[in-house]
Design a protein around this ligand. Structure first.
Ligand SMILES: [Fe+2]
Ligand SMILES: [Fe+2]
Length: 182
């Protein structure tokens, strides 16, 4: 990565984003669908930026795209968090970094949530530690911006629609520009 963090990030999506996210959407389609849900349902620019970027760690990790199938937790959220903390504001970095924990949180606190997860999300949930314990729930709720991460997670779970037409990357770029660290 050499140019500027946002151009680099968007190049990652343009280059590697064609990789599958699920059987029916690519990483880029997933990011665009997630950001579009955030834009329409929150109008909050930081959340749109976080929704677009939340899975960039999948394209930065070195375990291969089939890591979960091989029983490996790729820790994509931690990789992305370190990167986002260097380049984006704290809200965005936190929402990106906590989106996996938010799944574990919702499994523990929202009745019926687990049943909505895709098969791939269920597989990765086991590798990520399963539903949170009561102590983990309390610790999660003590984190700043944890509700942002929950919102991103809810859009994440829905951003898996085959063939859905969305705005393109350029539409979402200004949100990410505004969310760059000062
Ligand atoms: Fe993820
Ligand atoms: Fe995702």
């Amino acid at each position: 990565m050499t140019k500027n963090p946002l151009t680099d990030a968007l190049d990652v999506y343009l280059d590697l984003g064609r990789r599958p996210y699920t059987e029916v959407v690519s990483q880029l389609e997933h990011a665009l669908q997630c950001a579009w849900l955030a834009e329409r349902e929150s109008g909050d620019g930081d959340l749109v930026a976080a929704a677009f970027l939340h899975d960039i760690g999948h394209m930065m990790q070195k375990h291969g795209q089939d890591a979960a199938d091989r029983g490996i937790n790729d820790k994509h959220e931690a990789i992305a968090r370190g990167w986002a903390e260097r380049h984006f504001n704290a809200r965005v970095a936190q929402a990106v970094g906590l989106h996996v924990e938010a799944k574990r949180y919702l499994c523990a606190t929202r009745p019926g949530y687990f049943e909505t997860l895709s098969p791939a999300s269920v597989t990765s949930l086991e590798l990520q530690g399963g539903p949170m314990s009561d102590a983990e729930v309390k610790a999660f709720e003590a984190q700043p911006h944890y509700q942002d991460a929950v919102k991103v997670r809810e859009w994440d779970d829905r951003a898996k629609v085959a063939g859905l037409e969305t705005p393109d990357i350029d539409h979402f770029r200004p949100y990410m520009e505004s969310a760059l660290a000062a």
